[in-house]
Design a protein around this ligand. Structure first.
Ligand code: SAM
Length: 242
């Protein structure tokens, strides 16, 4: 049995993440015991009779800010639990944020290669009180250059990208080593049956049985597409080391 990774999330909507992580590849990885997901509902750490988690920003401005006390309590509780579960390994604390470095396949490989648990703090509103970022040294990672309403979707994207790289999660046939980004280019176009679909034929070389010709065809087509669409990826695109 491979080593089990622990992944925790602190969120106002843990149900969103639970439904994603119980499905498809993350769900199968967890059924196989390769990963364990842990959820903390931030509302449980809210203050007052309404379990409040947000407050007005000092200095004015629109919107609300996630206040520090519930965040600190949730972080303390989840950190302690993850430290315990992983035999004392310090979790990597991730705050999905549009102000972070952009998450890439290279980062996914790096996180997948470490045994440290991952703990995600999903923000909402205008974000979290800066003192939490400073006190807990949260790493800010962005899903891309756009603003989402909350950290759950970026968290789900990052977790999915990491989990599918954990040893034993994907079968050998669907090895992630040859995928887009991991070889400095794009993956090649895929075709399946039927051989003719709405008058469009599968490229003849794929039916030729000539493995060298097939490899050359796939390399050429994928390189051409990558150079047209993502010329910036030439070489070692996403800091990938695999
Ligand atoms: N006021 C913040 C700003 O302009 O930087 C945006 C806050 S956003 C509405 C609410 C939360 O969604 C953020 O705290 C963050 O957790 C998450 N979020 C939004 N866009 C994101 C992105 N591109 N990548 C990662 N997380 C994001």
């Amino acid at each position: 049995m491979e080593h089990c990774r622990h992944i925790g999330v602190i969120s106002l909507f843990p149900g969103m993440l639970r439904s994603i992580f119980e499905t498809s590849i993350p769900g199968r990885a967890s059924m196989k015991g390769l990963v364990q997901f842990h959820y903390w509902n931030l509302r449980d750490f809210g203050t007052g009779s309404y379990h409040s988690v947000d407050d007005y920003p000092f200095g004015g401005g629109g919107g609300m800010v996630m206040k520090p006390e519930p965040l600190a309590d949730a972080l303390d509780r989840s950190l302690e639990a993850l430290l315990d579960l992983s035999g004392g390994l310090l979790p990597r604390l991730v705050y999905p944020s549009p102000q972070g470095q952009v998450f890439t396949q290279g980062v996914a490989w790096e996180w997948a290669g470490s045994s440290r648990p991952l703990l995600f703090l999903c923000g909402h509103y205008e974000g979290i009180d800066q003192r939490i970022l400073d006190e807990y040294l949260l790493e800010e990672w962005s899903a891309g250059d756009y603003v989402l309403s909350g950290g759950e979707l970026p968290c789900a994207m990052m977790v999915d990208a990491v989990v599918r790289l954990l040893p034993g999660v994907l079968s050998n046939e669907s090895s992630p080593v040859n995928e887009t980004f991991s070889n400095g280019s794009f993956d090649y176009p895929q075709y399946t049956r039927p051989r003719v679909f709405r008058g469009k034929e599968v490229p003849a070389v794929l039916l030729s049985g000539d493995h060298q010709a097939i490899r050359r065809f796939r390399e050429e087509v994928s390189r051409k597409k990558q150079q047209e669409i993502r010329p910036d990826l030439n070489g070692n695109p996403a800091g990938v080391s695999c």
